[in-house]
Design a protein around this ligand. Structure first.
Ligand SMILES: Cc1cc2nc3c(=O)[nH]c(=O)nc-3n(C[C@H](O)[C@H](O)[C@H](O)COP(=O)(O)OP(=O)(O)OC[C@H]3O[C@@H](n4cnc5c(N)ncnc54)[C@H](O)[C@@H]3O)c2cc1C
Ligand SMILES: NC(=O)c1ccc[n+]([C@@H]2O[C@H](COP(=O)([O-])OP(=O)(O)OC[C@H]3O[C@@H](n4cnc5c(N)ncnc54)[C@H](O)[C@@H]3O)[C@@H](O)[C@H]2O)c1
Length: 478
């Protein structure tokens, strides 16, 4: 029986980074992955295909150029599924190649098949050809991720009623679509459909969209999506989704019935632990298939770690990678360093894009933290005008006394990139004065940081004038 210092189950972002981190420490590591899923949900059905699809849609529809060239501007007028999938297939293949290559050059073998425990340190791999191989491991990292939740009340057929894995293989673009669940997945796909001209209805059981985001930014997103014909039904539960000869019917608990060509059911995900024979390792998962871990990502069995989506929130590729690295380092007694999970950015690739780091206005208000807001609107930035983005905005939340940056919220082109400037300032415990004094390239969207910082400083100065406290914190003199 082959024996390893570390065996990783799952080759998504969490598993890859755990295996490579172990290899870099000079340990023998191996990865087990089901056939056709190298790179995990991230590469095959989730992050990468959805972001590539979005990019293809933005390019082919010419959506981002319409402010400059008129509302009828298109790069291609009759966009087909083939036009869209060509780019996705190309990028996914490239990414899989990168992962295989990285594992190979770090001498990490990849076993192909489905893994399950036969003991706390023994893992059986069921290959697709029926062969079963058992390998031993001093440490195990479970990085098996999640799959879409599929309730029995929804008549999935993979063609007209689909989950977020199946949406990528739709045979034709729907004229109308219902999206069930306005989580990040639902909103990203609703944006993509709407950009393609599909008439979209979004059903969400909560009374508002993405409640962890800044309200003003969500209002801006709602405005943009409604402007593109999206209908939102909040505080509505879906009872059943039915398939009929002439299309689908989504029936709500309130009695409403919504017909559509296609339904995307994107209301949550389930941890992939049911086939792991966890009991053989002395472990158990919760009812959503998730594993519980401590701060070092150890499960109740100390040599078995769990990382990535299978442990739940925040369930992002970026965090999953970092959790994988930390688990491997911990297993081999290597200091992990302090990862700044407090200033972890969130990027939502709706159209337009949203990204933020730190607190929202609602959170600061609830915590009685005095803060000031500084805003830069893209339409007042030369780069915004050049790009034809008049709706974008960058908003800074600043502590009214210490002048430290408490939150950064960006809406519009390149939001997910721009947020990292604010993240760095926050991570280094910087004040708004750094942004006031720094010189930014011109014309850039990054210049928005300076504009927003000046806006916040001007408002703080106005308060100080009234209170007589004018010069106290001028230009970081605290
Ligand atoms: C549509 C969509 C869009 C997303 N967009 C973003 C985004 O823009 N940004 C972002 O940060 N995150 C995004 N995410 C989330 C991101 O994809 C996940 O956070 C990330 O993939 C989790 O990584 P992971 O390694 O935990 O698991 P996964 O990527 O899910 O990989 C787990 C792997 O384990 C394998 N596996 C499971 N059971 C077994 C077994 N018994 N034996 C062997 N192998 C097994 C699976 O086959 C799978 O390949 C998105 C997700 C979806 C669905
Ligand atoms: N850009 C990104 O970072 C990104 C993109 C996509 C997905 N992800 C991650 O993938 C994970 C899964 O995303 P998700 O959107 O599937 O799940 P989710 O749990 O975040 O959202 C599901 C939504 O569906 C709603 N819902 C549930 N049942 C319903 C019903 N019967 N009727 C109406 N509404 C219902 C919920 O209230 C919730 O808002 C998330 O953790 C997310 O962070 C991240």
């Amino acid at each position: 029986m082959e024996h390893y210092d570390l065996v990783v189950i799952g080759s998504g972002p969490a598993g890859q980074k755990a295996a490579i981190a172990a290899a870099k420490l000079g340990k023998r590591a191996a990865v087990v992955e089901r056939r056709d899923m190298v790179g995990g949900v991230c590469i095959n059905t989730g992050t990468i295909p959805s972001k590539t699809l979005r990019e293809a849609v933005l390019y082919l529809t010419g959506l981002n150029e319409r402010e400059l060239y008129g509302q009828s501007y298109r790069v291609k007028s009759d966009i087909t599924v083939t036009d869209l999938s060509a780019r996705t297939t190309h990028v996914v293949a490239k990414e899989i190649d990168v992962i295989r290559n990285q594992l190979e050059r770090n001498n990490v073998p990849m076993y192909s098949g489905s893994a399950h425990f036969v003991g706390p340190k023994e893992i059986a791999i069921d290959a697709t050809d029926g062969d079963v191989k058992t390998i031993g491991a001093d440490n195990v990292v479970i990085a098996t991720g999640t799959r879409p939740a599929r309730p029995s009340t929804v008549d999935f057929d993979g063609e007209t009623i689909v989950d977020s894995d199946q949406v990528l293989s739709l045979r034709k673009l729907p004229k109308s679509a219902v999206v069930v669940g306005a989580g990040v997945i639902g909103i990203e796909y609703a944006s993509i459909f709407a950009a393609l001209g599909t008439k979209v209805t979004v059903i969400e059981q909560r009374d508002r969209l993405l409640p962890f985001c800044d309200r003003e930014i969500i209002d801006a997103l709602l405005y943009q999506l409604r402007d593109r014909g999206v209908t939102f039904r909040f505080s509505e539960m879906v009872e059943t989704v039915e398939r009929h000869e002439s299309g689908t019917l989504t029936v709500l608990k309130s009695g409403k019935q919504i017909p559509a060509d296609t339904v995307l059911y994107s209301a949550g995900r389930q941890g992939m632990t049911d086939r792991l024979d966890l009991a053989a390792a002395g472990l158990d998962a919760d009812k959503r298939g998730r594993l519980t871990v401590n701060d070092d990502f150890q499960t109740d069995v100390s040599h078995i770690y769990a990382v990535g989506d299978v442990i739940g929130f925040p369930a992002l590729a970026a965090t999953s990678m970092e959790q994988g690295r930390r688990a491997a380092y911990h297993a081999f007694g290597e200091p992990t360093g302090v990862t700044d999970m407090v200033h972890q950015p969130i990027g939502i690739y709706s159209i337009p894009e949203i990204s933020f780091v730190g607190k929202t206005e609602d959170e600061l208000t609830a915590e009685n933290v005095p803060f000031e807001v500084g805003v830069a609107r893209y339409r007042e930035l030369a780069r915004g005008a050049i790009m034809g983005d008049s709706y974008g905005l960058l908003k800074l939340l600043v502590h009214a006394k210490t002048r430290r940056l408490l939150g950064v919220h960006v809406f519009g082109t390149n939001a997910a990139e721009l947020v990292h400037i604010g993240q760095t300032v926050m991570g280094l415990d910087g004040t708004i004065d750094y942004l006031v004094q720094a010189v930014f390239n011109y014309p850039t969207l990054a210049e928005g940081y300076k504009v927003a910082a000046l806006d916040a400083v001007n408002k703080m100065r106005a308060v100080a004038r009234v209170t007589g406290d004018a010069e106290v914190h001028e230009l970081g003199s605290d």
